[in-house]
Design a protein around this ligand. Sequence first.
Ligand code: FAD
Length: 621
Amino acid sequence: MKKTDRELGMLRDISRRDFIHGASLTALGLMLLAGCTPTSDVDIVPTGSVGYPPTRTGMRGSHPGSFETAHALARTGARFDNPADLPEEYDVVIVGAGISGLTAAYEYRKKFGPESRVLVLDNHDDFGGHAKRNEFHQGGDMRLSWGGTMNLEYQSFSDPVLEFLVELGIDVQQMSEVLDFHYGSDGPAIWFDADTYGRDVLVPGFSINSRNLDALDKIDLFPIGESARTALKGFYSSDTNVLEDMSATEKDDVMLRTSYSDFLSRHAGLPDEAVDLFKKATEGYWGVQAHSMSAAEAMSGWLPGAHLLGDEADRGAGLEESEVVAMFPDGNASIARLLVQSLIPEAAPGANAGNIATARFDYAQLNRPQASVRLRLDSTAVHVENADGGVAVTYVRGGTASRIRAKHCVLACYNAIIPHLCPELPDDQKEAQRYQVKHPMLVTNVLIRSGAGFERLGITGAYCPGRMHAEAYLIKGVNTAGYHEGDDVEGAVPVMLWGIVPPPRSDVPIHDQLRGARQVLLEMNFEDFEREARVVLDGLLGSTGFDAAEDILAITVNRWPHGYAYGYLDLWDPEWEDGQAPHEIARRPNGNITIANSDAAASAYTQAAIEEAFRAVNELS
Ligand SMILES: Cc1cc2nc3c(=O)[nH]c(=O)nc-3n(C[C@H](O)[C@H](O)[C@H](O)COP(=O)(O)OP(=O)(O)OC[C@H]3O[C@@H](n4cnc5c(N)ncnc54)[C@H](O)[C@@H]3O)c2cc1C
């Protein structure tokens, strides 16, 4: 029987309440509407929330207080016409303190000298952008997880990026060797939930992504129709080349122009009920569901099907992936922290790549007036222009608009906001920037009292085809950079729930789908995510004695309405001529303003964010 909110623990006073939702937004909105102008804005306490940012729980990622100013600018055309001119001078103002913006600050000082005066602005109450540290203390010892970017897929990094990581002291090879976290592939499961499938059924030992030749009998346990189960077994076990009679062109057409879902239905003979099982399997890696991406893309990202192409390649779920990545226990937040430590050593004296995961940062040092590098959080840039041989940058902090002047500006934010920040850019450039609608994403970390339930079930993760978060993983085994979680299975441990909110309509162009999903994500309350997390963990672990009301210690929702950079999709984008792809047009420098960020590479990777920062700084003179 469906559990009530009380039974699920929704009313428990755990560390998760989104306590500023509402009140502070109203206050901020009123200030914006009133057109408040500042008296001064140099070094004030962050707005929004209290405490040490990495330990904040509740709604993180795009948290209340971070996006309202930008939305007022972009959606309702709010103007900030009378900013106060601050008596501060910089060589460069960098908009965005994600990995790209922080790398740009680092590279700028390398190119123009360590005395360069640098100001980094970010609209969030923590630095790192998608490189978001989630730090928990509610179960005793500190437990870490990541709220966004996590993998260093270093085997595909360019030499300059590898050298840059070495400069920061990062040994990716060594980190990869000690990594014992495998995205559930060392204890996979599929979990069918009662709301979608009529009853809760956990099937350990089955990975949706692998070919499952040794686990076909487990399909008998799936709570779906018998014909769908039979078809699934046939799909996984078949060796028939389903495209054998086609010409190379016809094959290309199928692989590049047919969605993965349609491929399964038309060429692998799966009925809808079986096709639906794969719908969410593409979300984590691609940020879209299987019907929005081509068969070729899905199969290149670990979805099964290559065995039907006369191709021996049968890639196992995640196994290969985990062999080639390096990870920090807070994901790539450790890179952001190393960069901040290098730029502002007072923020974390003594911190280095060997202990960065456990270092505590002093946020009061980030924006000191006398420092050559300043990092100003809770600050949203609203206008950037070439002016007087340099640039003028207006930003809003705490409802107050201020203007600063500098020689240069690097826009390491999202391309989608740039047309609103820089109306002076050429129209074709602004049009190209608007093309890049990021994928909305969701990473929810739930600290549970003990990982023993997972141990008892013999699983380390589960694919949840019927739920909002498609995947659930026990976060253990990333003991790098000074962090050791210990071997005690009874200790508190984070569970990462990962997925996307589906677009309200999937029969519209992809950009509209992404915009629609973004709006849904923004309109959801913390309690919506909390309830979802509780239902999933109750269903998944309930049989082991786990009590969602008692055993959930904290919840952190990392909501990313602007998640993965849009990297073009076979089904939706043409082949662009060299130099004519939207991201290439979008990133053109304009006077003293250059453009970094992973959008500039149309690639949702840390290495792209770093490389684009290199380019953007190199373009400045
Ligand atoms: C859930 C998730 C998982 C990911 N996993 C991986 C992974 O495992 N491996 C990988 O390589 N990549 C991953 N990525 C991709 C990730 O985007 C990149 O790795 C990288 O972190 C992007 O850095 P960035 O600096 O370009 O952008 P961001 O991290 O988005 O930083 C840009 C910053 O600029 C701020 N900003 C925007 N507008 C303004 C404004 N007007 N004023 C002030 N500040 C502004 C933004 O709020 C943000 O803080 C993941 C992304 C997401 C969302």
